[in-house]
Write a protein that binds this ligand. Structure first.
Ligand code: GRF
Length: 215
């Protein structure tokens, strides 16, 4: 990989399927490292299989969140990344962390934000009987699951859905929109103004279930 290649660091906590989608996508960036807060995260093995350096910063090794965040910041800082991606990373980051990487942290969330912030999104969507559900890629700000939205994809909720079938339908879309958002980021097309994301340049509708973004 050449030295002027853009660098990204991916944070995970578990399975790592979104991370894998990023590793398989042809991104105009190098994945410098995959870092997990969970030593047993399955995604670490997958990353190694792709030849990507992995690190563990175990939250249980730290007495409080601030100390964990500082260690995480240090680990990430070593790679001096242009972008940090939370791909199923299940820890809340402190404002100090986000200040350090301001405008450079994006997250994939399994709901159509601002609906269903937090955990158990699929269960709550089923319980509410919503007919459309989906996922959101957004910039991370100190307010949980509330940062500027980059792209969303919606899926139907079917009569016979279980949490598992609905999660699988949403996950398929996560694997599409996350690499798309990262590509836009590195192409310099994401412009932040008034807490909203605008996509510079032409935007066609690649699929009716993907939200349109206009310049
Ligand atoms: C995804 O649904 C993601 O949106 C959520 O946690 C899940 C992680 O899955 N935050 P994976 O580890 O990427 O397979």
């Amino acid at each position: 990989m050449s030295h002027d290649m853009k660098r990204l660091v991916i944070l995970i906590s578990g399975r790592g399927s979104n991370m894998q989608a990023l590793l398989e996508a042809r991104l105009p960036a190098q994945v410098s490292a995959v870092i997990s807060n969970e030593p047993s995260a399955k995604g670490l093995e997958i990353a190694r299989g792709f030849g990507v350096p992995t690190r563990v910063v175990h939250h249980r090794d730290f007495a409080e969140r601030g100390a964990f965040d500082r260690a995480l910041m240090e680990a990430i800082g070593e790679y001096d990344p242009h972008l940090v991606i939370l791909a199923g990373f299940m820890r809340i980051l402190t404002p100090a962390f986000l200040a350090r990487f301001e405008g450079k942290v994006i997250n994939i969330h399994p709901s159509l934000l601002p609906a269903y912030q937090g955990v158990d999104t699929h269960r709550r969507a089923l319980r509410d009987g919503v007919k459309i559900h989906g996922c959101t890629v957004h910039f991370v700000t100190p307010d949980l699951d509330s940062g500027p939205i980059i792209v969303q994809a919606a899926v139907p909720v079917l009569q016979q859905d279980t949490e598992q079938t609905l999660a699988a339908r949403v996950l398929e879309q996560e694997h599409r929109v996350l690499p798309q958002a990262v590509r836009w980021f590195f192409d310099g097309r994401l412009q932040l103004a008034d807490n909203q994301v605008r996509l510079a340049g032409e935007c066609r509708y690649p699929d009716p279930i993907i939200s349109p973004l206009t310049a």
